[in-house]
Design a binder for this molecule. Structure first.
Ligand code: TXA
Ligand code: MG
Length: 544
């Protein structure tokens, strides 16, 4: 079938195109329609057979209901069993516009449209051409977004052609979409009303009219296996480009810095305009200015689509905070990522320290503490967790067997005997610890009152901890200085000191993996603290 394109710039000059497009709807055909949010794939919403064709063309799961598009609020009573006062008020305030209301349906609306639900989503889109076509067809138009199921939604007629050419009778080309993300969906059949999908109309504006609005869990989180969302569509992987996506949340500066560490050839980066130049050889697409979520909404789907056809194997994206229309952008990005998210601590500066024994990490930490930092000692935290964190204890016991448990609790010595005799066992323990400890550190960073945080970890660069840090510092020292310090500190012989040093990774290992090196050859601890302070002040100028 050839897909006919009706280009409509002004409704007044397009009577013929509008009549033809309306006829496609009336006769059971499929028509791509522009709206202010995204393009829809429309059919007569009262014609079950026509609606079935939408599902076929999109490859859409049958249990995912469609929204009915009408040209004015007065049509609500034709298709809804009852229309509460708040619905009229919302329509008055926000229609035509990016708001879909879930209401009880009348039997005239076929099961194909509602996927068998007793409710129906109603929306009056804000696009003159589409409103004219629906009026001329004189039937409500059932329309999901016009993308093939799972792909990013279409914000131009070209996108619709990309996905649907040859499968549908026509497309009304009404230009680019002004909002760019789909409508906000609110369920008015429950009390309090529930936000099922954030969209073009900010939650704050809904709340101003409705008072309390409950936000459905599926908006922010991945649902558990088998858990049923209230908007059936929220359970599917969505909006996804071909390469897997990771969303990095947190302050824009930090997420840019985080992504820059992973950016390179074969990596896609979707970033705020301000950071366009930070990612070297990566394929960069721009999401809009960091402070302009409306622009980000307009661009988000187009940018995600633009990675297809490039050779990227992985995509990282920055993410706005969840206020205003930013909530919808955040939701679309997270859904595109299947909720694969790296959440960086917001509003804090985190400095990570690592380095071999005897190098003088303690002096560097003291220096940061003098500058007002809260210090998290990962060794101490791990010891504490072994004593009292039952989740961690359970995993360890189920992995290493009951012999690591005695009447006093976890037997660290027994555990040590196992993991230091067999490399494979040590790897297993590391996999557990490198997951549990960073998560505990992340919680503590969040709980700390201080905005400056120091994290002290010998394994800093070997696990997720590295990701939380704005900057990492390797503390190193000449080997003879380390030896003298260890002998003095621990009262051991030169031979024992040398063995201890030999058992650790060389200083270069740490230096190579960190952003800065503090080479601590100071003759006294006092002097070391002073030097560390000077270096940290210099570093922090750049990271505040
Ligand atoms: O902006 C929009 O809403 C666009 C344009 C074309 O109007 N349409 C759109 O439709 O986004 P679609 O089908 O891609 O997304 C509709 C969402 C789905 O997640 C669906 O499960 C949910 O709305 N939905 C539809 N009817 C529902 C109902 N009765 N109860 C709960 N959720 C419903
Ligand atoms: Mg959709």
């Amino acid at each position: 079938m050839e897909t006919k394109v009706f280009k409509i710039e002004s409704v007044a000059d397009a009577a013929q195109e509008i009549a033809e497009a309306a006829e496609i709807i009336r006769s059971g055909g499929l028509l791509g329609i522009p709206t202010e949010t995204v393009y829809g794939l429309g059919a007569n919403g009262l014609d079950g057979a026509a609606v079935r064709r939408i599902f076929e063309a999109k490859g859409r799961p049958q249990d995912n209901p469609l929204i009915l598009h009408i040209p004015e609020a007065s049509w609500l009573t034709r298709y809804c069993e009852s229309v509460p006062d708040v619905a009229w008020r919302l329509a008055e305030e926000f229609w035509p516009g990016p708001l879909t209301m879930i209401l009880p349906r009348k039997d005239i609306v076929p099961d194909e449209t509602t996927a068998g639900l007793e409710t129906v989503g109603m929306r009056c889109p804000d696009h003159p051409a589409t409103l004219a076509v629906i009026r001329a067809a004189d039937v409500p138009v059932a329309a999901p977004s016009a993308n093939r199921s799972g792909r990013p939604s279409c914000t131009t007629a070209e996108h619709v052609l990309e996905d649907m050419a040859g499968k549908i009778e026509g497309i009304v080309d009404g230009g680019g979409c002004s909002v760019g993300v789909e409508s906000t969906i609110v369920d008015l059949t429950v009390t309090p009303p529930r936000l099922l999908r954030p969209g073009g109309l900010p939650l704050e504006r809904l709340q101003a009219v409705l008072g309390g609005v409950e936000v459905d869990k599926a908006v922010k989180e991945k649902l558990a296996e088998g858990e049923k969302p209230r908007a059936p569509g929220m359970k599917y992987r969505h909006y996804a480009p071909e390469a897997p996506v990771t969303v990095v949340t947190g302050d824009a500066e930090k997420s840019a810095r985080y992504i820059a560490r992973y950016a390179g050839k074969g990596v896609g980066v979707l970033c705020f305009d301000e950071y366009a130049d930070c990612f070297g050889e990566a394929e960069v697409r721009l999401l809009g200015p960091a402070a302009d979520a409306a622009e980000q909404a307009r661009r988000v789907f187009d940018s995600l689509r633009a990675f297809d056809g490039t050779k990227v194997e992985k995509i990282y994206t920055q993410c706005p905070d969840g206020s205003g229309i930013g909530l919808a952008v955040e939701n679309r990005l997270k859904k595109a990522a299947g909720f694969q998210t790296v959440a960086l601590p917001a509003g804090k500066t985190v400095v990570g320290f690592t380095g071999p024994t005897g190098a003088g990490k303690t002096s560097a930490l003291l220096a940061l503490k003098k500058m007002g930092a809260h210090i998290i000692d990962c060794d101490a935290l791990y010891a504490e967790m072994l004593e009292s964190d039952t989740a961690l204890q359970n995993v360890i016991c189920s992995t290493f067997g009951d012999s690591v448990w005695n009447e006093n609790g976890l037997d660290r010595k027994a555990l040590g005997r196992i993991v230091f005799s067999y490399e494979k066992e040590l790897e297993k323990l590391n996999a557990i610890v490198f997951d549990a400890v960073p998560r505990a550190v992340f919680r503590r960073i969040g709980e700390a009152e201080e905005t400056l945080i120091g994290v002290d970890a010998i394994n800093l660069t070997d696990c997720l901890l590295r990701d939380f840090c704005d900057v990492t510092v390797a503390v190193t020292a000449p080997e003879d200085v380390r030896l003298a310090r260890i002998m003095l500190r621990d009262g051991i012989s030169e031979e024992a000191g040398r063995m201890r040093i030999a058992a650790q990774k060389p200083a270069a290992y740490y230096a190579e993996r960190c952003d800065y090196v503090f080479h601590n050859d100071a003759p006294t601890a006092e002097e070391a603290i002073l030097r560390a302070e000077a270096l940290l002040k210099e570093i922090l100028k750049r990271y505040k």
